[in-house]
Design a binder for this molecule. Structure first.
Ligand SMILES: Cc1ncc(COP(=O)(O)O)c(C=O)c1O
Length: 307
């Protein structure tokens, strides 16, 4: 979604105008992808604005920083407060939240240690990621010719800017071939995830999703879906999924902050199930959207109210 170019951005503890939220071209992150970031959402619920699982997102940010030997100047709690302060300063009801911790300006070279660890929080308005119809009708996707990072190359548990070079290749190829998204396999050929979302397969009433060892980002929506599915009495298995399971699934759906829960209606032009949103996907959407809109009780304590 296009930026409005207005509002305030939090940079190292100070709120600055959107137009002034700049860094130097010689900043390390621009040249070497040395940033870790998050993507969370604040929803306009029936009880007021609330962030979905803000603590889990900020914990993952701190984890990502730790993997890359970055020590942010702020604790997880301070960054959570800074997100809430920034939403209030912008008087936003709902928004997408983008905290980033990155190596800044000092010297350029592969060695990142001389550079400072800077932090920023950006907010902007963001609707449905794959179009307004996608949530109901589903999307057409393809298995990517690009593979996710092999273990011990780029760590997939870290949400680092560098990983999104791979994600961009997956996304561009899918778009240019006429698909909404690409699903990447891992280095062994098992299903991993989409360019920016996790995947769930439903077959015979059982949910399956690739485990952490399949080069996935451990998604917070994925974790929420597992919890909600178990609440609804479904069995969930985290296991390696062969590519062809995508074609013979009864239902398939993506889970992620951007896509929320979006059905997949075909893979490589093979229709999934009945070619629309399946009943289990719909039940999970109802449970998820019920919580984030405030229409059903937040029994898991996932919502943090802003005002
Ligand atoms: C590569 C990748 N996988 C999965 C996800 C889903 O994670 P989450 O549900 O925490 O947004 C994202 C989104 O950030 C992602 O970029």
């Amino acid at each position: 979604m296009a930026f409005t170019g207005t509002g305030k951005v939090w940079m190292n503890g100070t709120l600055v105008e959107w137009a002034d939220a700049k860094i130097h071209i010689a900043s390390h992150v621009i040249h070497y992808g040395s940033g870790v970031f998050e993507g969370a959402r604040c929803y306009d619920t029936t009880k007021g604005s609330a962030c979905f699982r803000l603590d889990a997102h900020m914990r993952r940010l701190i984890d990502s920083a730790k993997i890359y030997r970055m020590a942010p100047a702020y604790t997880q709690a301070q960054l959570q407060d800074a997100v809430l302060d920034t939403i209030r300063a912008n008087q936003m009801k709902s928004c997408y939240i983008r905290p980033i911790v990155y190596r800044g300006y000092a010297a350029l070279g592969v060695n990142p240690f001389p550079c400072p660890i800077d932090s920023a929080i950006l907010l902007w308005e963001w609707g449905t990621y794959l179009g307004p119809e996608a949530i109901e009708k589903g999307v057409d996707v393809t298995v990517s010719s690009w593979t996710r990072m092999a273990p011990d190359t780029f760590p997939s548990l870290a949400k680092t800017s560098a990983n999104y070079a791979n994600a961009q290749l997956i996304k561009m190829e899918a778009i240019l071939n006429g698909y909404a998204e690409g699903i990447a396999l891992d280095s062994q050929g098992f299903v991993s995830e989409g360019s920016g979302q996790n995947i769930f397969v439903v077959r015979d009433g059982i949910l399956m999703t690739p485990p952490m060892s399949a080069s996935i980002l451990p998604g917070i929506t994925r974790d929420s879906v597992i919890t909600l599915a178990q609440d609804l009495g479904y069995r969930v298995k985290e296991e390696m999924i062969p590519r062809e399971m995508l074609y013979i699934a009864d239902e398939l759906f993506f889970a992620g902050t951007a896509v929320e829960i979006t059905p997949v209606r075909s893979v490589d032009k093979i229709v999934v199930g009945s070619g629309g949103r399946g009943p289990i996907t719909e039940a999970l959407q109802k449970a998820f959207f019920g919580i984030v809109t405030g229409e059903v009780p937040d029994t898991h304590g996932w919502m943090t109210f802003v005002y």
